[in-house]
Design a protein around this ligand. Structure first.
Ligand code: ZN
Ligand code: ZN
Ligand code: FE
Length: 745
């Protein structure tokens, strides 16, 4: 007899029916069941059949499953008569919860087949696909504990649900036209319109209307992406002048608007169906204002059946942006969005747990970075390289997430939001409560940011458990170390917007020697004054003015700055009033962008930094020389760089060349600083972290140059480089400090 134990993502993804059918095809006897640790199988039969069975389980695994551990034993035969799916052996509430899964090819086939029982049923799903995380109320995951509890299963569905050989065996959201949820098309006074909701929706979109579409984890706001007027109307209503919109189109149409390698097609079709950032094709049929001044588009393909129905037989390209007002958490109720939408395509299956679309950025050679880890990925835990005690990392403030650890797992929250307001805080606190219950974790320690004013810091202080405060960039580095199971001292670079430093200054251009417990700030950008602190972030021109004043350069050439602004800032500098010190790399990008006049004011985070990256185009950095800088006394002095850029501007050097030289300079001084540390310490592993590492030119340049110097280079991949992963770093640092681990520096 063969006994197999399988760990990983194996529950709620169709694993048992898959094993059941495989065993029956091979005429094996025994059983399969869900256990606390995963899947348990016993099988008896001929040697050939057993061999084929072992092979089959590992090669034809259901799409959404992921096997982490697979162990087998040969034991004496038990004399089984049949192969059956047995009652689960689960005794705690800490079962696995599957992420929401994009519609599978079998369900698509049925959806489109006029002879199928579920032909055109907008909520078709099976054990391989459909909502999971977004509909669960409490564990164990079972129909009565989901938002499907009010839909009473009809006989047809119940028979399938109870039939171990059926591909809907124990598919909790199973439903059909008779017994399932319904689509509805409403005007923005909540009146239902007669007719087919999908047809109504298509004609409203064709008319240039803005439609709120209820999806899996929340609402999208949609409009025709080829209609400039409609897109501009949406920008006005959303008060979002320039930030790129994500798009949805059918897989067949993707290549009409973006370049897409087979690997990237594969990413789009993943069961998580993330938004993938892809390079625009030269000639575009899309409205200019979809993603202005941006060579990339964020594309996803339909992942819910009703989305699939919308895009079927249509050359449709829709803006599908998160349904929220001003960066609030994504809406799950149409009544929140009446000021933005003319109509709603909605349904009566409640969303209990919102989660935004995830965002994936492909980088060099088939590697990709999750810029936002949310729908399709959460709440699957990431594994940690060591044991932890139950710990809550409360996160930072922007791109907020929290992280809960237990043993060797870390459960990261969905993307919570960017806003410091009541609704965001409520979403945050409620989700912490849910995670604690679902995964049975009672935090023994809390880890938070050093920043005294983050609400996540205050929240940690209310928990009445020991708190460990962690430096923001140390947490950035630790998160990536954990992703790669590095448990040793590394050279950690953190190029970021802002993070509270040990000395109260705003850090963000840091090169540390770090392990989990400690960090030494080996190098940082020299402090520059920031007039007005974080408020100035929206006005790169003010940053440029302040930096140039500090460098004792005149500011006459600076575009768009008013005499009044100059006067106020000059007074602040003279009186040292409301002046903050910063080593932020993000602010240096802002300064340079304003100097060359691309963005003197910005409407979304990192807008000017992105513009500088895009100015580089596809040109090689080899064609330019770097700007000057100096490295001494733990400081990388950027003043010579600023002075030279000004000279280039006055000499009418092209913006493209200035951008290339600027990127090359950062790469060069980073490599030089790393070499100094490597020579001094013998360290050879470099971690690249922080929001600025989302810049492809910089990331690839740093990676290549450091590899040439025989350094091993690591950057974020399954977690974001931005503040979305800070919570994970915090929790790990806290654990190591509590354990006072022997590897500490
Ligand atoms: Zn399916
Ligand atoms: Zn039914
Ligand atoms: Fe950060």
């Amino acid at each position: 007899m063969l006994r197999i134990e399988i760990n990983g993502i194996v529950q709620g993804v169709g694993f048992r029916p898959f094993v059941f059918n495989l065993a029956n095809n091979l005429n094996l006897k025994g059983y399969v069941l869900n256990s606390n640790d995963g899947i348990e199988v016993e099988a008896e039969g001929s040697n050939d059949a057993i061999e084929a069975f072992i092979q089959g389980i590992q090669t034809n695994t259901p799409r959404a499953a992921k096997i982490d551990q697979f162990s087998l034993k040969i034991l004496p035969d038990n004399g089984y008569n049949v192969f059956e799916i047995r009652q689960s052996k689960i005794n705690t509430g800490s079962t696995h919860i599957s992420p929401d899964l994009a519609i599978c090819s079998d369900c698509i086939r049925e959806l489109e087949n006029p002879n199928d029982y579920r032909y055109k049923f907008p909520f078709i799903n099976c054990t391989n696909c459909g909502p999971r995380y977004s509909i669960i109320e409490k564990t164990p995951y079972d129909r009565p504990t989901t938002s499907m509890k009010n839909f009473y299963m009809c006989e047809y569905c119940r028979n399938e649900y109870n039939n171990p050989g059926n591909r809907r065996f124990h598919a909790q959201p199973i439903a059909c036209h008779q017994c399932g949820p319904e689509l509805n098309f409403l005007d923005n006074k909540m009146n239902p319109l007669s007719g087919d909701p999908i047809d109504n929706c298509l004609s409203a979109l064709n008319d240039g209307k803005i439609v709120g579409i209820k999806g899996v984890g929340g609402f999208h706001i949609a409009c025709d992406a080829t209609n400039e007027k409609a897109v501009i109307k949406l920008r006005k209503r959303k008060d979002r002048p320039a930030k790129p919109f994500a798009l949805m189109c059918s897989l067949n149409n993707v290549l009409n608007i973006v370049e897409c390698s087979p690997f990237e097609i594969h990413l789009l079709q993943d069961s998580a169906a993330p938004i993938v950032l892809l390079a625009k094709t030269k000639q575009s049929i899309l409205a200019k204002s979809v993603a202005p001044h941006n060579p990339y588009l964020g594309i996803m393909i339909p992942y819910a059946p009703h989305q699939y129905q919308l895009f079927k037989n249509q050359d449709l390209y829709l803006v599908m942006t998160s349904g929220n007002i001003n960066d609030d958490p994504i809406a799950i109720d149409e009544r929140k969005l009446t000021s933005l939408c003319d109509f709603f395509l909605t349904h009566n299956r409640p969303i209990l747990n919102r989660n935004d679309d995830s965002v994936m950025m492909p980088v060099n050679k088939g590697k990709n970075i999750l810029l936002r880890r949310s729908r399709g990925y959460i709440p699957t835990p990431l594994s940690l390289p060591f044991n932890t005690i139950p710990t809550l990392g409360t996160g930072a403030e922007m791109k907020l997430t929290f992280a809960l650890t237990n043993n060797r797992s870390v459960y990261v929250s969905p993307y919570i939001g960017n806003n410091n307001n009541k609704e965001t805080e409520d979403f945050y606190k409620n989700t912490i409560k849910k995670y604690r219950n679902w995964f049975n974790i009672v935090p023994q320690i809390a880890a938070c940011d050093l920043h005294p004013d983050y609400f996540t810091t205050h929240y940690a202080e209310t928990l009445n458990i020991p708190i460990i405060k962690t430096q923001h960039h140390h947490a950035h580095i630790a998160a990536i170390m954990a992703e790669y199971a590095l448990d040793e001292a590394v050279i950690g670079i953190s190029y970021d917007g802002s993070g509270y430093g040990d000395d109260g200054a705003i850090w963000g251009g840091e090169i540390f020697i770090a392990d989990y417990c400690k960090y030494y700030r080996e190098f940082h950008l020299n402090y520059m004054p920031l007039a007005g602190g974080d408020v100035s972030i929206k006005y790169p021109k003010r940053i440029a003015f302040t930096y140039l004043s500090y460098a004792r350069e005149d500011n006459d050439f600076l575009p768009d700055i008013s005499k009044l602004e100059e006067k106020v800032i000059s007074q602040q500098i003279t009186n040292n009033f409301n002046i903050y010190q910063t080593s932020s790399m993000g602010r240096l990008f802002d300064c340079v962008s304003a100097m060359i006049g691309i963005f003197t004011e910005i409407s979304f985070e990192a807008q000017s930094a992105m513009a500088l990256e895009f100015l580089c185009g596809k040109e090689s950095l080899d064609i330019v020389e770097p700007y000057p800088y100096t490295i001494a006394n733990h400081e990388i002095n950027i003043i010579p760089l600023i002075k030279e850029i000004k000279k280039d501007i006055l000499n009418h050097t092209s913006k493209n060349i200035i951008a290339l030289k600027f990127h090359k300079t950062i790469i060069n001084f980073s490599v030089e600083a790393v070499n100094i540390i490597a020579q001094k310490t013998g360290l050879s592993k470099v971690v690249l972290s922080g929001g600025v590492m989302q810049n492809r030119v910089l990331l690839q340049g740093l990676f290549t140059e450091m590899q040439k110097n025989n350094m091993k280079v690591y950057y974020a991949s399954s977690l974001p480089a931005n503040d979305g992963s800070v919570s994970v770093g915090q929790a790990i640092i806290a654990n190591k400090i509590i354990n006072n681990h022997k590897s500490c520096l």
